[in-house]
Write a protein that binds this ligand. Structure first.
Ligand code: GLA
Length: 728
């Protein structure tokens, strides 16, 4: 059983390797007690609380004891007896911003309800619903906790209902709050930028607030909605760490606060700076879901737990376990410079390469000859493609290939017929000229008319295209958060309503075309988040295809998201973005750490290169199941030490594939790869060398790798168990 109900309204959530304990105290406040290693089922931790000096707002004016600030609320409120950051702030019709949530009831509801607004949430699990009530406001907050007996993750979200007599406004409604009794944590976060997404950052949790997140209307390149708190001494293989991954694609907020008592609070949810929500009488609002993960066995186990959880309960179930296409994407090789003849010649040239899908990227529609025009005009540019997309997709099929197509449904160029017809359809501020970024504006998908138009348009485009694969891009972030259709007191809802529109569009199209695989993209990996993975089983991880930079980006991405969701292409050398020359072997080895694909102009590739690609694809197919289903064990990873290494091991530990990447040559250093994650008691054959070594030897002694006289060298090793050491 995952939810254990104890006497006196105490609750024990027990997953595979953790306990999460909280309960109602004598003041009827829902109070956090413990999150960490598993404890006996009946553990009651109410005794843990000690009063604090000075700042205790413990009594009401009539003398009633009400120990408020000394407790660790499961869902902290603003402005009532404590000063730490909070999960909810409600403004009533008189402008008061005080909320006081007291326990009302709790029940195990088994399967939790789907999200009423269509935000992707994890399926399955056992759910405890705890209702809190503010009698003055008539406000009910239901906290949903979902536990999975076989997972190390719990999910949390909150439903907020106005049961009072007058409208209220939510100024903040976060998904989860977590209090710790200590503060010696290191914060692991994933900041970044375009072409450098999810560059892992470690920083101390200092007194005061560390705020992560953004206001860009998207989960963004700049800060992934993920944070982990590592207890002192936590390493890759041991120690305690708490992960927090928000399953949401809009502006988000993560705050880590260490208070005067040396306690730590972690909060996550929708970014309050760009959010308000009016609740008329009887209306409700529901937050996105946060996925919390505890590992007592280091960072590696946390990542593996998240990977299992995402694969089992979030990522699009139609594709998550299926072999993926190996694509040639036209973007880096051709950009906008193509017509039907060139495309068909390129398709012909792929023969024998092992690549099975040709993806036509940007430039096939409207007046889209560069990035300044045409977005929004979703009809085929017949000057370039007189036979339409059908000619191209038919040609692909004739050559035994599948066909893929790029779209960017949420965006519009001011230089487009759609904009000229509907200038008011964009997100823009009244009486101000709309700002453009990458020459484009954003369609206001909070509007029903705009959303319906783009749903129908994209449905037509996809139906007519003959595509088997769609790459869905989104190349700008939101500013001027205002909508023509919302009343003044609801303008703060625009960003969230817009992202709900994006979900509706994505759900409609992926459900209308269940056999088409959709790959997500947002200027590279700018919206690579858990919610998007429900629709897009894989995500273009970055516009940066340089293997060195990718080793860092993919490392950061893999901290939370399964490798089968990372779309990774081999591109040409020197890299078109940074000019770095890297060998074909290294480029392929790094791209094989995710879903493999290619970016090049097939008309500029030699026969030898095509033959080498075919070998790579064959080798990738032989270990693809490990990428899709395996366990990731990171080895040495350090930008300073020049190395990135990891092993992906089958669940039964009979097979594995490892990469060891060495950035800058240092002839004084040995190149020794330690292989993590194998069974120490089994013997493994290294397919590349024929050597047979035990899992223990591979882990602790390692395999020497041949030194080379070049930089940016990657080694790939494949392992197969041949024996059990017990017999030796
Ligand atoms: C974005 C994507 C690229 C490519 C271009 C096309 O930058 O990330 O992969 O599709 O748009 O304009």
């Amino acid at each position: 059983m995952s939810v254990i109900l104890l006497p006196q309204n105490q609750f024990h959530l027990k997953g595979k390797g953790f306990s999460y304990i909280f309960g109602v105290n004598s003041f009827n406040l829902l109070t956090h007690h413990y999150y960490g290693a598993p404890l006996p089922d009946e553990t009651d931790l109410q005794y843990l609380y000690q009063p604090h000096r000075f700042n205790d707002y413990t009594a009401q004016i009539d003398g009633t004891q009400d120990r408020y600030s000394a407790v660790y609320p499961e869902y902290p409120v603003a402005n009532y007896g404590e000063f730490r950051d909070y999960a909810i702030c409600v403004e009533d019709a008189r402008g008061s911003r005080v909320t006081d949530l007291r326990f009302e009831k709790a029940e195990v509801i088994g399967a939790k309800p789907v999200h009423p607004d269509g935000i992707p949430v994890a399926t399955g699990g056992e759910t405890l619903a705890v209702c809190l009530f503010d009698a003055v406001l008539g406000l009910r907050v239901t906290l949903y906790y979902t536990v999975y007996a076989d997972e190390n993750v719990i999910t949390r979200r909150a439903a907020i209902e106005n049961c009072g007599n007058s409208p209220i406004r939510l100024l903040r409604a976060l998904s989860a709050s977590l209090d710790f009794f200590d503060h010696d944590f290191t914060i692991l976060s994933l900041p970044g930028e375009h072409a450098a997404e999810r560059y892992a950052q470690w920083s101390p949790a200092v007194y005061g607030r560390t705020v992560i997140g953004n206001c860009r209307g998207t989960s963004s390149h700049q800060n992934s909605p993920f944070v982990a708190l590592m207890r002192k001494g936590c390493t890759e293989e041991s120690g305690e760490v708490y992960g927090c991954s928000l399953i949401y694609s809009g502006s988000h907020y993560e705050c880590i606060e260490v208070d005067q008592y040396g306690k730590t609070r972690l909060l996550t949810g929708i970014q309050p700076e760009t959010f308000t929500w009016k609740l008329d009488v009887g209306e409700a609002f529901e937050t996105p879901e946060a996925a919390l993960c505890y590992s007592g066995e280091g960072l590696g186990a946390m990542s593996r737990s998240y990977h299992d959880f995402y694969r089992n309960y979030i990522v699009n179930p139609n594709f998550v376990h299926k072999k993926r296409p190996v694509v040639l994407n036209s973007w880096e090789g051709m950009h906008f410079a193509f017509d039907n003849k060139r495309l068909m010649a390129a398709i012909d040239a792929l023969e024998g390469s092992g690549i099975d899908t040709f993806v036509l990227d940007d430039g096939w529609f409207g007046a889209r000859n560069n990035a300044t025009a045409g977005l929004g005009d979703w009809w085929v540019n017949t000057e370039k493609l007189p036979g339409g997309l059908k000619e191209i997709s038919d040609h692909c099929r004739k050559k035994g290939l599948k066909f893929g197509l790029w779209i960017e449904p949420e965006m519009i160029n001011p230089n487009s017929d759609l904009f000229r017809a509907h200038p008011d359809w964009t997100i823009h501020a009244p009486d101000r000229k709309p700002l453009v970024a990458r020459n484009q504006c954003i369609l206001d998908l909070s509007r029903r008319d705009v959303l319906d138009y783009i749903k129908q348009t994209m449905h037509r485009v996809i139906s007519e295209s003959g595509a088997d694969y769609i790459k869905w891009d989104a190349n700008r972030h939101l500013t001027e958060n205002w909508s023509e259709m919302l009343p003044a007191d609801r303008q703060g809802e625009l960003q969230h309503r817009h992202i709900l529109g994006v979900y509706e569009l994505a759900r409609y199209l992926t459900e209308s075309f269940p056999d088409i695989i959709f790959e997500g993209c947002s200027g590279g990996g700018g919206r690579f988040d858990g919610a998007m993975l429900r629709f897009f089983p894989q995500y273009w991880t970055s516009d940066n295809t340089d293997a060195h930079d990718r080793s860092i980006i993919q490392f950061g991405t893999g901290l939370c998201f399964p490798l089968g969701c990372h779309s990774c292409h081999v591109s040409v050398s020197p890299n078109i973005r940074n000019g770095r020359p890297i060998s074909a072997v290294t480029r392929a080895a790094i791209a094989r750490q995710g879903v493999l694909g290619y970016e090049f102009d097939p008309l500029k590739v030699s026969e030898e290169e095509l033959a080498a690609i075919s070998e790579t694809v064959k080798a990738y197919r032989a270990t693809e199941d490990l990428i899709l289903e395996g366990d990731l064990y990171r080895g040495e990873n350090s930008v300073q030490n020049n190395t990135m290494s990891q092993t992906i091991v089958s669940k039964d530990k009979s097979r594995a594939v490892s990469v060891f990447y060495y950035a800058l040559n240092n002839d004084n250093k040995d190149r020794l790869m330690k292989v993590y994650g194998l069974d120490p008691n089994r013997k493994y054959r290294i397919l590349e060398t024929g050597d047979v070594l035990s899992g223990a030897v591979l882990r602790y002694a390692g395999v020497p790798l041949k030194k080379t006289k070049s930089d940016f060298v990657a080694y790939l090793l494949t392992f197969e168990a041949v024996d059990s050491l017990e017999k030796v």
